[in-house]
Design a protein around this ligand. Sequence first.
Ligand code: PEP
Ligand code: MG
Length: 328
Amino acid sequence: LTKTVEEELGKASYTQDNQRIHIHLNAGLSADTSIAVNQGVDGVGLYRTEVPFLLQRSFPSEEEQTVQYRAILSTYRDKQVVMRTLDVGGDKPLPYLAIEEDNPFLGWRGIRFTLDHPEIFLIQVRAMLKASIGLENMDILLPMISGIAELDESKVLIERAFVEVAKYAEEQGKELKRPRIGIMIEVPSILYQLSALKGKVDFISVGSNDLTQYLLAVDRNNSRVASVYDALHPAVLHAMKHIIDTSRGLNIPVSVCGELAGDPIGALLLVGMGYRSLSMNTRNVARIKYILRHISVSEMEQLSRFALQATFADDVRAQTTEFVDERG
Ligand code: PEP
Ligand code: MG
């Protein structure tokens, strides 16, 4: 099996019946990306910029950030790279930024933090834009958006940074491409505001990790309640189905970048629901491509129909596993 899985490296991903599934990487360290550059992936679906921030002793300067972002954008110059703005707080505290809160996951994290610190946000977005000068492959993704006002406010700041960096590029005789802007779908409130995104975002990316955490009101890192945290819970699966159906109707490109996309059962169900773009950690790429290549879309549709009727996550897990095992 290992040999056949390895053969998936370097090949684009197709289902058994030749439907193209776009496979992207989740990354946060340049090491992840250089290893994976030959794995036949379609780009970077989630670059977690907080990772380089976590490795520092103080906020990285605009120049330091520009160098880091440039490295990843140029590694993938012919492929799309989705750079997420800083998502600190919650499970990702910065050692040089003490945030004391009773409920960090419900508190000052992601876009809430950066909109309260526009100087940090602007430095980061300028660094991203500077890094992208002369390249055409950068998308910007906003984490933890819970309402449209946060998106609008972020876009005003991004536009301000764009005007500044475009001027800087022009002075050097270079051109700056306007980035595509998208948001994470990971706070449940946004599930009911998807239609308001039309015309405001260029794409969306579903964060199934936080979406599961917030839908089920369960801390994603607390071992005491780990058994409650289940991305195959009917509520999560129905949310995933609602997102793909609604975004298709609105013509908004969508992908999934939570762990569910890199899980064999999750990937089969997501493709069965209609998703055609999945972003995952490097170590899952070959395995997911291998599994998808051996199952047809109609089979995955059948699996997802069953899953959406199930009352218990364990039944979904058992049924899907049984199907995969029967296929060898
Ligand atoms: C998610 O929440 O699913 C996600 C991809 O983002 P993170 O795990 O970085 O919060
Ligand atoms: Mg998240």
